[in-house]
Design a protein around this ligand. Structure first.
Ligand code: PMP
Ligand code: GLN
Length: 386
């Protein structure tokens, strides 16, 4: 029996590998990106209440009306996007499913897809499983600026879509309006779509602003904008995602969604609907508290000799470890600090199609943890390297 050629060739994801190693060695897990709390108490109480009161049977395929209305309202409130909740919003089981449904619903064999590296790991295997080809464009460290000529060269008449993740996991880049404009022009010129992975939309720090590319001229009917309650409400295990797109595009994506998961637990959908209506204070506090923790971890790592790169959004800091004198690549370094110092991180090369051709001197540390946990991690690393 020959299993699927693309998927059977995939390794276990770096997040699973590093989390398992962290557990095995009792290491503080700054690898896989998840907050260490349980999420807002009111949201959890609401979810528990909805489980008891129901409904607990299949919700509508497109999502509970209350959540679709809340997503439409959220998009209007934060970005001025005017979306009809009945025809332009789809609820999915996390952003991962939204991405998969988008690729399955839109791609045909022979299509090209433009990805920007470093890139989140779930895109490429699904794109390739659909028979489409990936063309990559690389952001170069330490500035991670967008190479416009390379980007233009990556487009061709075969280009069906580009995937844009902003704020960008793993490097914490928030694309500027100018960069988005360049991307938008190329997308319009080449009559392509954008799958907009905006799961970190509310985790953006001072001096920066999240701009959905969907709001730029000419982009409205070319974009599927994807959000995740996991990030916005610090409940990554809930796996509630949502897509905003114009009806033609949304219908194509829903055709895939109906056969992948069909629906998402109704109680969680209703609790997320309540969450999206939270006041501005909630959203400000979320970004603010994360920014504080970013600053704290960044200072600790810099003090002991890491060269920490700027981070304008997400849960993640990128640090160059060369100045510490370690002899080995980023994967070796992550294994080393997990097993020897008791702190796990993930290698940045794991976010490249060909890790051997990627920069191998950067690791990603996740800072969405209690300050005491971050302090402990800094201590452990300092003791190890001093
Ligand atoms: N996109 C990016 C860039 C992510 O970092 C993640 C994981 N946190 C996802 C998508 C998946 O989100 P979800 O957990 O909602 O499936
Ligand atoms: N998005 C999370 C990260 O980048 C991981 C999600 C997962 O484990 N699949 O750390």
């Amino acid at each position: 029996m020959e299993a699927n050629r693309i998927l059977s060739g995939q390794k276990t994801t770096i997040f699973t590998v590093m989390s398992a190693l962290a557990v095995e060695h009792g290491a503080i897990n700054l690898g896989q990106g998840f907050p260490d709390g349980e999420g807002p108490e009111d949201l959890r109480a609401a979810a528990a209440g909805y489980i008891m009161s129901g409904p607990n049977q299949y919700p509508p395929m497109a999502g509970m009306p209350a959540l679709r209305q809340a997503v439409a309202q959220h998009d209007r409130r934060f970005y001025g996007i005017d979306a009809d909740w009945q025809t332009e919003i789809l609820v999915t089981s996390g952003a991962t499913e939204a991405l998969t449904a988008s690729f399955m619903g839109l791609l045909n064999p022979g299509d090209d897809v433009v990805l920007i590296e470093p890139v989140y790991d779930s895109y490429r295997p699904i794109i390739e499983t659909m028979g489409a080809q990936v063309r990559t464009v690389r952001l170069e460290p330490p500035q991670w600026s967008l190479p416009i000529d390379d980007l233009a060269a990556a487009f061709s008449p075969k280009t069906k879509l580009l995937v844009l993740n902003t704020p960008l996991n793993p490097i914490g880049k928030v694309f500027s309006r100018q960069e988005l404009q360049v991307i938008a022009e190329l997308v319009v010129e080449n009559d392509a779509y954008v799958i907009c992975d905006e799961v970190y939309e509310h985790l953006v720090f001072q001096g920066h602003q999240h701009i959905p590319i969907m709001t730029l001229p000419g982009m409205d009917d070319r974009c599927a904008r994807i959000g995740s309650a996991g990030k916005t409400f610090s409940v990554t295990g809930w796996k509630v995602g949502y897509v905003t797109a114009r009806p033609d595009m949304l219908t194509a994506i829903a055709k895939a969604h109906q056969f992948i998961t069909f629906a998402t637990p109704p109680a969680l959908q209703l609790a997320v609907a309540d969450g999206l209506a939270k006041d501005d204070r909630y959203y400000q506090d979320l970004a603010c508290s994360l920014q504080e923790r970013r600053n704290f971890l960044s200072a600790g790592l810099s003090d002991m000799g890491f060269d920490v790169l700027p981070c304008h959004g997400t849960y993640f800091l990128t640090a160059d470890f060369r100045a510490l004198g370690f002899d080995g690549d980023d994967m070796d370094f992550c294994r080393h600090i997990t097993t020897q110092a008791g702190v796990a991180a993930v290698p940045i090369s794991a976010f490249y199609g060909d890790p051997k051709q990627a920069p191998n001197n950067f690791v990603r540390f996740c800072f969405c943890k209690e300050k005491t946990v971050l302090a402990d991690a800094i201590d452990r690393l300092r003791r190890h390297f001093s």
